[in-house]
Design a binder for this molecule. Structure first.
Ligand SMILES: Nc1nc2c(c(=O)[nH]1)N[C@H]1C(S)=C(S)[C@@H](COP(=O)(O)O)O[C@H]1N2
Ligand SMILES: [Mo]
Length: 218
């Protein structure tokens, strides 16, 4: 993993820190009406924006490893071959980014987080997950959200390999949370007993990040 390199400072990073302190984009709406597909304060886009810390690691399939550890019975480090040999899942989901864009109908292929958890067997005390990316990015989620039935580590999008700019070879996708929780270039899944703030969470963003409750800022 390249986790020991601190994420770079950038203009976007600084504006997002400022938005958190100003509570930008909050509308005050909270409930999710049955027939509503677009969460409060969001607008629909057709293209797929690229957002990250400005460093897009180039990770070959040969070098790629996914380490799953922490509070689990059987920690594993998967190489690409072992990852691709796991049961494969295809899912269509929406994306909701905290910067207010949403994108409908993304066709993902990958390995469901439930299948990954079955492999390592979380201990009873495990309640949170820290995700690590090859760019040094981290983000935290409750284990229950990580284990949602439509969450997966994706290597394909619309029938093609996931591109490097969108987190290829593989990224996390947790569709029911804001997209910053979906770590690109995923290198590690670390199960924790107590919640711990990741990169954006340290910088004023929410520990859970439910778009329907507008959990933008913590
Ligand atoms: N490793 C890593 N994952 C990341 C990020 C990042 O900077 N590094 N940015 C997050 C944010 S803020 C968003 S909105 C989405 C953007 O994914 P996309 O570029 O594929 O749209 O990735 C998330 N995952
Ligand atoms: Mo984001």
């Amino acid at each position: 993993m390249d986790d020991d390199t601190p994420p770079p400072d950038s203009k976007l990073t600084r504006s997002k820190q400022r938005w958190a302190s100003e509570q930008k984009f909050l509308t005050g709406a909270v409930s999710r009406p049955e027939d509503e597909r677009l969460p409060p304060g969001q607008h629909l886009v057709r293209d797929w924006p690229v957002l990250d810390l400005g460093r897009q690691p180039d990770v070959s399939h040969e070098r790629w490893r996914l380490k799953i550890g922490g509070m689990v019975e059987h920690p594993v480090t998967l190489d690409w071959e072992a990852f691709m040999a796991l049961p494969q899942t295809n899912l269509r989901t929406d994306i909701h980014c905290v910067t207010t864009w949403s994108r409908y109908d993304n066709d993902w292929s990958g390995v469901s987080t439930r299948d990954l958890l079955d492999l390592v067997m979380p201990r009873d005390e495990a309640a949170f997950v820290m995700l690590h990316g090859y760019d040094g990015y981290t983000t935290n989620v409750p284990l229950a959200d990580f284990a949602a039935p439509d969450a997966l580590v994706a290597h394909g999008w619309q029938g093609e390999p996931l591109t490097r700019e969108h987190g290829g070879p593989a990224r996390l996708v947790i569709p029911h949370l804001y997209f910053w929780k979906s770590a690109k270039w995923i290198s590690g899944i670390e199960l924790l007993g107590a919640d711990k703030a990741g990169f954006w969470e340290v910088n004023g963003y929410h520990m859970r990040g439910d778009p329907w409750a507008e959990e933008r800022y913590g």
